[in-house]
Structures are given as C-alpha cells and as structure tokens.
Design a protein around this ligand. Structure first.
Ligand code: PSV
Ligand code: MN
Length: 388
C-alpha cells in the first residue's frame, strides 16, 4: 500500500539527532585511519552535521560528548549551531578515559573517584544550561574483569548514590537518560548491563529518569523490539542510540546489518506512541564511520531510518489486528512482510521534492562540492578523532 497523506505527515515529524563523534576519525584498537577534511574542533563538527540536515531535512540536532566537545564558550557553540540551522541535543558524559576511572567511575571503590565522576556530570549539566539541551545521557564503562575483583552489590549501592546526586542537580526541564551495555570495556560484568538494571535505577530516581536503548548493546539474538515495547509501555524509553552490528558493538550504519530488525523495532515505536512528541523518545545515532565517508555515512543512516519508518507506516494495522484476533498466524505475519517489502523510495523522493529537498540527498551532497571544500580548507590543526 502506498503511504497516505496522513502517513506522510507522520513521517514529517521524524527528527534524528546525529552524534558529533561520527564526523571525526575513528577506528578499532588496531588502527584509526585518517580522512582528509575531518573537523578539527566542535564548531567544524557542527558544520558537517548541518550538511546532513540541509540535504535530508531529518537531522535538526547534534549530540555532544563531554569532554570531547569541550569549548571555552558553549553559548557561542549554541549560536553557531543555530546559525547553521541545527541545535545542540543530548549531552553525553564521559567517565571512561581518565586514568582515575580504571576501576570505574560512579561505582569505583574510592569515594574520591566517585565524587570526581559526580562533579563531571554536574559540569555536563552546566553545558546543558548553556546550550539549551534537555537530556543528560549517562553511559558508564564501569564493571570488573575478574570474579571477586569487587563487591557486585556494593557497586550497585554506590551507583544509586551517585545517580541520585546527579539527578538532584538537574533543572525541572532536564532528564537523565541511563544507557546500558552488557559488556565492554569490562568483560566479567558491567554495572548497568541491561534494561532491567537501568530501569530499576530510573524508577528509584524519579520520573525524569529514562532508559537509553543502544541497539548494539545486547547479546546476539536478543529480541530488541520486545524491550522497546516494554519500555514504551512503562513510559521509560528515553532515547535510542541507533547503529547496527554483526558481532559486537560494531557501531555500523543503522539498518545496514539487519534491516528487518530495524523495521520490527520501529513498528513497536509506532505501536507504542514513541513517535508522538509527548513520548519524549529521542532518536539518536551512535555510530562511527571507520572506512566510509563520514558525512555520506550519516546521510545514509538518517535515510535508512526514514525509509524503514515509512515501510512501517504502510502496515495495514486493521488487517493485522483482525488476523491476530482470529489467531491467523500466517495472515498476521503476511501483513508485516507485505509492508516490509514495500518499496517506498519513489514516494519518499517525491515527498522530499515537495519540501524543497533534493530527491536524492546523497547524490546532491556528493555533487555540492562541500567535501572538496573542507578538504582544501581544513589544513593545519589537529583532526578530531574518537576520544579527542
Ligand atoms: C558506549 O559503547 C557507547 O554506546 C556510549 O553511548 C558512548 O557514549 C558511545 O558509545 C561512545 O562512542
Ligand atoms: Mn551508545
């Protein structure tokens, strides 16, 4: 079924936050390859992110990582973003790169280190105040490598104390978003390994604490759409970190590894009201482009989300409900598959043209000369890279 005008309007509400770190160099522990024209500071990262929005109309916000994106004056960075037609989105804290955090941050056995980690989050809240950002996203690298290394339960108690201090410092219009990950960099256990742990802490903190679901942070075979459904049902899905993976936390382009999984996830988003502005669900990308172009990689990513959402919107929900009610297993499955195999691309191209956007954003960006320009202009200085 083609998309109806109403469904196209729903699609128009899709806003994706792009991560500042996607524009810098990144790699694996084996090698970080250098790409000409890569930004040298947060201002240039915003410039590149703004290109993604200009060509797709899908990416009005840029997520920052502190201290990677530390600047002297965040008011100026916020104005720079506004001048480029985008805004600052989620602020991500980083307590995983200082030496003091070797044994953890909020869960560290040393009270002084725990205090430093809380202070870092308070500094992030100041950045939010300066930039108008409303979400503080916390992902902790905390965990242990060896059984017996530390007291699992004591670490949870320390975590809950630290989170409470941070939550108490938020302004009424700000939220805390707690991201979980079942492994890495700790290999025996992590302190926030799953959505249940994240949710328990959020419930204890208060209603402005929600869960961040990074699609790459689950064991292979996990039914992620079930988690999406449950968190939406409980009103605690704060945000997505979209990416895709074949093996571990690969941070590849969303929808590249398993498009059908993205379709199933987005179906639960739609069913659970996650597209409504009132739901507060933030659609963020958390990706790195190690070998492909950074800006084209981000353009492809936001288009993948839009395209898969459009396919979801073509689902004949009435036919699905009736097949489900009558226990017709194959008919119900067929309704989903028909939508999944619907080619919405020509309709999306026409929809873009109606809104003054290029029919083919990727081709338009490649023809724009922007990439050649930044390669010529950005000489000297130090290129930004993952962790810098
Ligand atoms: C951790 O793997 C993570 O998903 C967190 O969201 C970090 O902020 C991000 O990756 C850093 O790339
Ligand atoms: Mn993430």
């Amino acid at each position: 079924m083609p998309l109806t005008p109403d469904q196209l309007d729903t699609l128009a509400g899709l806003a994706i936050e792009v991560p500042s770190w996607a524009y810098g160099n990144s790699g694996t522990r084996f090698k970080v390859f250098s790409t000409p024209g890569v930004p040298r500071d947060p201002f240039e990262k915003i410039d590149d992110a703004a290109q993604v929005h200009a060509f797709t109309g899908l990416a009005p916000a840029v997520s920052l990582h502190i201290p990677w994106d530390q600047v002297d004056d965040f008011d100026t960075l916020g104005s720079h973003a506004a001048a480029r037609g985008v805004r600052i989105g989620t602020i991500n804290s980083n307590t995983f790169q200082d030496d003091i955090y070797k044994l953890g941050s909020l869960c560290n056995p040393d009270a002084g280190v725990r205090r430093a980690a809380v202070e870092h989050h308070l500094a992030c809240i100041d950045v939010m105040r300066a930039t108008g950002s409303t979400d503080l996203k916390i992902w902790l690298a905390d965990g242990t490598n060896y059984p017996g290394q530390d007291d699992l339960r004591a670490r949870q108690d320390r975590l809950s104390e630290g989170l409470a201090d941070i939550y108490a410092a938020l302004d009424p219009n700000q939220r805390l978003v707690l991201e979980y990950k079942f492994f890495e960099p700790a290999f025996y256990h992590t302190d926030v390994p799953d959505w249940g742990t994240s949710l328990s802490h959020c419930l204890a903190l208060g209603e402005r604490a929600t869960v961040c679901l990074d699609t790459g942070h689950h064991a292979p075979g996990t039914n992620i759409e079930f988690i999406v459904m449950q968190l939406l049902r409980l009103g605690r899905l704060g945000s997505f970190d979209f990416n895709s993976r074949f093996y571990a936390d690969d941070d590849l382009i969303v929808g590249a590894a398993d498009p059908f999984q993205l379709f199933r996830i987005l179906h639960e988003v739609v069913r659970g009201g996650g597209l409504d502005a009132a739901s507060g669900v933030v659609f963020m990308l958390d990706q790195c482009h190690n070998i492909e172009g950074k800006i084209p990689g981000q353009i492809r990513s936001v288009l993948n989300v839009q395209e898969m959402l459009a396919r979801v919107l073509t689902i004949d929900e009435a036919a699905l409900a009736s097949a489900q009610a009558s226990g017709d297993v194959l008919a119900a499955n067929q309704v989903l598959m028909d939508a999944f195999y619907t080619d919405v691309r020509p309709q999306l191209a026409a929809w873009r043209v109606d809104r003054g956007l290029p029919a083919d954003p990727m081709a338009a960006f490649l023809a724009s000369g922007y990439q050649e320009q930044i390669e010529a202009d950005r000489v000297g200085g130090v290129q930004a890279s993952w962790g810098a």
